[in-house]
Design a binder for this molecule. Sequence first.
Ligand SMILES: [Ca+2]
Ligand SMILES: [Ca+2]
Ligand SMILES: [Ca+2]
Ligand SMILES: [Ca+2]
Length: 656
Amino acid sequence: MIHALFVLWFLSIISISCSGESPRNAGLEDTPGVTASDTDANSDGDTDGYSDDDSVFDGNSDSYSHSDTDTDADGDAGVDSGLQADREVRLVIEENADGFCSVDGTVDADNSGFSGSGYVNTDNELGAAVQWSVAAARDTTISLQWNFSNEGTSARSGLLVVNGITVATVDFPVTANWSSWSTAQQPKVELAVGNNSIRLQAITSDGLANIDSLTAIGFSISVGSCAEADSDTDTDADAGTNSDSDSGGETLAFPGAEGFGRYSSGGRGGEVYHVTNLNDSGAGSFRDAVSQPNRIVVFDVGGVIDVSERIVINRNIYVAGQTAPGGGITIYGNGIALNGDSGNDIIRYIRIRMGKNGDSEKDAVSISEGQDYMFDHVSISWGRDGTLDVNGTGIDNLSFQECIIAQGINNSNHSTGGLMQSGTWSVIRSLYIDNKTRNPKARGSHEFINNVLYNWATDGYIMGDTSGVSECNLIGNYFIYGPSSSSNTHITNTTPTFYLYAEDNWVDSNKNGVLDGSLMTDYKTATVMDTPFDYPGVIERLSAQAALDHVIDHVGASLVRDDVDNLLINQILSYGTEGQIINTEDDNGILGNVGTPANGTPPADSDGDGMPDAWESARGLHPGSADDTGDDDHDGYTNIEEYLSCIVGDGNISCP
Ligand SMILES: [Ca+2]
Ligand SMILES: [Ca+2]
Ligand SMILES: [Ca+2]
Ligand SMILES: [Ca+2]
């Protein structure tokens, strides 16, 4: 409707511009040569009384160019494509019809109420997808609708991936039964000239809802060609233009993303938000940056952000802490919450330090709702309840890689790493240190690979502590007792319903200042399995010894480590003689408790698209115009993601 109003406005402009002498001019179809009384009074070479003479030779005398002659007979004088371009079209694409490309599953017809020949029924697995193609005659914005049914027990939602870029999560809530159809929609989807691949892929292991049809509503669109939509050169015929080192064909959060949360797409394709100050709130603050969805958050300043209230990170956000100049970003004073407003977030290279002034009975990082979270190189400390707690309903697909979960403060007698007990989750190459208990308290379907536990007190890894079923791959971890650690506590609270595949885990319990651990063989009352659970795993599995070395060198916001992380790493290197459960962060004796990370100076970014001028020039992009959402090498990662990856060497990408 906005478009239609625009056309009316445009017509009125034409009318005003061309008229003035005669009511005859009021219409658009101003055919030359009209009445006998017309004597070329205006000396323009014709007798139509108009002040122009069709100087642009477009068959009318309105002085506008050919573009407004309505050659496509679509009823307006707008931007004519030569096609039936500017009338709103509703394309309904049924299964197995033109524009329908593929389904990971079957076309069924055994539940009634569908249109066309049936509906698509995806396999019940994460990433199961349906793909269509819509052609556009010009760059345009359309809306999409899906007719669906879902008699499952919970929503079977999907990521909407357009031309390889994840643009939204589309919810397919439960319907009354499989014959009860409902409509889901995505109001604003940008298409490019040519064929556009439209892909829905399941974000839970239940697959998608049954999809009866896709309806595309917009201007200048038609059914597309599937062959051309899949223009990539990979072998898995996926929707994107990526090179698919991953098995599923989806684009990873970033090259090297692993675990259940590896397909989080964060703010991909969204707007770039520059954090320009260290204020607690207001324009340019971190709080403001993460308050709206679909953003890639870059930092033009480093240092400490003192926060009073907790900060909620909205959905489809990429917090790119690696862009911060100087000493990087520390958020200090209260915690971060991921809740019902959150989901599909990527958080990298920042420090979240809650501390004694944070809300009592709250966590440094709490995840209470949402799916698809990727934490990478995040240093988390000083929770008053949990330090990192994952506990709630509907949570799924989380990864924590190269993170530090440290020093839950004990002023409420509650120093904990935290609860990890909702959804499928992976903790990889990370460090739990100086938490009295819950390192973590682990439940459900999860993998814990190549991590280090150091200086817990009463409980290291809590294996379930419940009669509920947990299924865990525990591989290549090192458990090192510190001065606070009670004997025989590296794993506790095991139960027979904690089903455990364990391999190459080592424990050094003698606190003697030397790394001289031994292979763990006793898993107490957990039920030990012969084969691992079918979880994502890691690309390169390290030995426990190599994992320890890796953690020491890389864990946390390690682009520039702060005084707190340096203190913690040095405790590990004491191999049993240093470390403490702190009452508050004051106990560390660090200046200002968080040290003084430098503010630094950001590189010049003239067009504000998040990519520095020098990097853009070197890569052949445009330092003077925003091209962050493009994908110049067609690998599924937008240009700004390429820059974000090169800063930290994701997938061995280096900055040109
Ligand atoms: Ca030792
Ligand atoms: Ca730029
Ligand atoms: Ca640019
Ligand atoms: Ca790219």
